[in-house]
Design a protein around this ligand. Sequence first.
Ligand SMILES: Cc1ncc(COP(=O)(O)O)c(C=O)c1O
Length: 462
Amino acid sequence: MTMRAAPGVVADVDAASLLEAGSEHVWLHASPWRALASQEETRILAEGRGCVVKDVDGREYIDGLAGMWLVNVGHGRKEIGEAMAAQAATLAYGSATQTTTVPAIKLAKTLAELAPGDLSVTFFCSGGSEAVESAIKIARQHHYLKGMPKRFKIVGRRGSYHGATHGAMSVSGVRALSEPYHSPYMHGALHVSPPYCYRCDYRRTYPECGVYCVDAIEQLIEFESPETVAAVIAEPISASNGIVVPPPEYLPRLREICDRHGVLLILDEVITGFGRTGKMFASEHWNVTADIMTVAKGLSSGYAPIGAALCRPKVVEPFMHDKRLSHLLTFGGHAVSCAASLANIEILRREGLVDNAAHVGAYLLEQLKELKRHPTVGDVRGLGLLLGVELLKDRESGGKTPLARDAIKALSTLLIERGLLTRVGHIVFLAPPLCLTRAEADRIVEILDSSLTEVEHKFGYR
Ligand SMILES: Cc1ncc(COP(=O)(O)O)c(C=O)c1O
């Protein structure tokens, strides 16, 4: 079978042999080998423009998750490609230990201007996991150099995802996802319950709860003894947990708790950074400044691999003279990635995409809330263009049991067939590029609406 090829991209390759070679030689992440072969929920992409991508068969999809929560400025931005090409032709690489490069300095300066508060010193790396790994090491070494070597524990939260490397995986709270084979975690990684009001672990209700879930972090720090705790790590809005927007008191109080106990606050803005939630950084919604802020994804909108741990001066002050940071990464501050990020940030600002995320995001949220007329839709929530629709199997009888796996799989297959790429568990995640139009938002809702109806009929929910 010869499939239609997208013009100009794979015109000389037939899609069937691409699929064969891809299935044989490309191991999809977090997937069994040969997952590509089934084509049920997998596709081979060829090109993209704005919020739309095309596969090698010429079929179009709205990119409902902006790749993996990151193509913030949208696909097909020639200007970023040109900036990368110009930098590669001038100087592609300079070591991050003895030297740095012009775009690395320009980017670090831009980040210092954009980031909340006095977050002004950037440690560059290649992605989100490395950013978190770096933040953990910086926090621990910071305390060591300040004469507190016992401060090594890191408090994370259940349900959070901070990355796939050992430290990042350990402070994450998604055991089944990050380590189903039970290899050991990093020593000193502790976990508390998240501010997931729709499913509160403490069986309480906001606001009567008094936001107990954040006080529980202080209790844990006190129980462990503050002199043993290096940092708390949290996403301002946890995507992996199911688009969990915390109550307004949560982050400001977490900031106070960390200050009270000399514990550093690491805010992981790998997904929420660079406009995703309608502000440049999500922590700005609550006027909170992290001690270390991790970023990646939207920093370059995925045009080049890059991440960073942004630090406040008080965090880096102990690393002076002969007290170096013991941590280095070959690709930290890669010149071409920095050039891509600068061009990306320029587009975000020039086109007002952060405001667009706020406005079109609010519109999309409103439209998605209309889906509550479906018997399977339990909750719809989010901020900016970081949204989630939580699906239940027993809402009609007052329950909150997640939708059954076979129905989820059927929904996932239908969505992709109807032209919406996203991630579906018992929560449908939506995080399209920030250039989304209202018409595209309407299309997302239409596809979701009709697919839900079909699944509900098929599985007897209506
Ligand atoms: C909040 C958060 N932190 C860190 C990471 C890890 O980033 P990467 O996959 O770039 O290593 C992710 C990835 O999705 C993430 O969502």
